[in-house]
Structure formats: C-alpha cells, structure tokens
Design a binder for this molecule. Structure first.
Ligand code: BTN
Length: 253
C-alpha cells in the first residue's frame, strides 16, 4: 500500500501500528533530514486509533484507510485553515467515487456521505528546528465494513455508495495528491470558497457545541477569514473556536 510519491516525500508502510498519529511524533519529525518536505505513515492494521475528544477510532483490518501525513509548511496560513484544507481535499477526492452533492463537510473536517460520517481527521501544528509542520491524521471508511452497534446509523463507507472499484490504495494515492497540491497551490480565498461550496452545514444550520463544559446552541452563518465557523447565538454573531459541533437536524450526527 505504498503510493507513488515525490522524491521529497518519505513514505513508510507499517503492517501494524497502534496509532499512525501517535507514531508520527515530534521526535520522529526532528530526525528527518532538511530536504524532506513531507512524511507519510500508513498502516494496514491500526490497533489503537483515536479521534477527537479522546474517542476511539474504529479501524477494522483491510477495509479502513488510516494514515498520518506531516508536511513542512512553506507558505503560512491562518491556523484555522488547515483543518478546512484537509476537509476540502477529502471532499474533492472522494467525489471521484460518489456524486459531489452526496458529500457534506461538517466543520471543521468531518466528511459525511448521505449524512453519515465516512471520514474523520486530526490536525496539529508543530514547530521543529526552525520549521513549522502540519500533522494530519486521516481515517477513511473505505469498506466494505460492518460497524459496531454504536456507530450503526451514524457511520458509512465509500464502498456502500459507489459502483466504481474502490480500494484503500486508490483512495490513499488520490488523497495524498490532493492534499499536497492544495498545500502548495490553494490560496486562502479559494480554500474558503471551495469549502463553503462543499459544506451545506456552514450556512443556516442549527447546531450545538460545548465550551468549558457549558452547552450552547445557535444557527451557522458562514466562515470568517480565519476559518472559524460563525454562529448566531441569541441574536449575537460569534466565531466558534471549538474542535467539535453537533448538528441539531433529525437523524444527524
Ligand atoms: C475524529 O473524527 O474524531 C478523528 C478521527 C481520526 C482518525 C485517524 S486514523 C489515522 C490517524 N491515527 C489516529 O489514531 N487517528 C487518526
């Protein structure tokens, strides 16, 4: 499962790992020679994948794509743009298998397919020996896979929605291309515009979120220039700086 990669990208395939995100540590990145611009770590069997808020990430053998990609940042962006870049790259890539309008981005970077989660991501920034790195951890339910009962109804797979041949290898190759291209070429305005086109949720959607243990709710009103989700709560418009929102639509996550 090794994609064709540019010469300044190191790619490592591990048969089995606990978590690609944990293994792609700052120590690991600091040991890289200066000419390396990106590092991909992918595993066939992720045994202890995790998601946001400490949740377990379900990665069954052979049908879940689990990888982490660290990229040396050449052109700085607002921090809040990185999760959006990942989300947009995932949406435009998976649109090769399913109609674009069946995909939706749940801010900041969950990808939904027919309203169910098909992909989640982690994103963190790291200053290492004078370079800024962005570290992305991406899980995609390529499928086919059977979900445990707590995920049934809220998660789905790409395989369940396409007649085209889909493998982890093909999705990985296409997604790495998209991410590296967007990191290098996609300007801030285009990113925000593309993201907003791919996400019905950033406009006029009732949501809730937690801040310091307190539950809030409001209606989404687009993105601000930093990539924060704008939300109207009790008549006041404010940018959200949280890692997770919930949709207050019937049957949604
Ligand atoms: C979420 O939706 O909460 C984020 C899920 C992120 C899962 C991926 S799988 C590859 C990488 N390794 C991990 O342990 N997590 C991320």
């Amino acid at each position: 499962m090794l994609p064709e990669v540019p010469s300044n990208l190191v790619a490592i395939v591990a048969e089995e790992l606990d978590s690609t995100q944990d293994q792609l540590s700052e120590d690991f990145l600091s040991s890289l020679p200066e000419h390396i611009e990106a590092l991909l770590l992918v595993t066939r069997h992720q045994t202890a994948g995790h998601g946001r808020e400490g949740r377990v990430w379900f990665s069954p053998d052979d049908s879940a794509l689990a990888f982490s990609l660290a990229v040396r940042v050449k052109d700085p962006r607002p921090l809040g743009h990185w999760p959006l870049l990942i989300g947009w790259a995932k949406a435009r890539t998976l649109a090769s298998w399913v109609p674009f309008n069946t995909l939706d981005l749940k801010w900041p970077n969950d990808l939904l397919l027919d309203g169910k989660k098909v992909s989640g991501s982690l994103c963190s920034m790291h200053q290492i020996r004078g370079s800024m790195w962005v570290r992305m951890g991406i899980g995609i339910n390529v499928g086919p896979m059977k979900f445990p009962s707590d995920l049934d109804g809220i998660a789905t797979t790409l395989a369940a929605h396409t007649q085209k041949s889909v493998t982890r290898q093909k999705v990985l190759e296409a997604l790495i291309d998209s991410i590296l291209e967007d990191c290098g070429e996609l300007g801030a305005d285009d990113l925000l515009r593309n993201y907003a086109q791919a996400s019905s949720i950033v406009q006029e959607t009732p949501i809730s979120w937690k801040e310091n243990g307190v539950e809030h709710s409001g209606i989404t009103r687009g993105l601000d220039a930093d990539g924060a989700l704008l939300c109207e709560e009790e008549g006041k418009l404010r940018p959200l700086h949280v890692s997770e929102i919930s949709l207050l639509r019937p049957n949604s996550i």
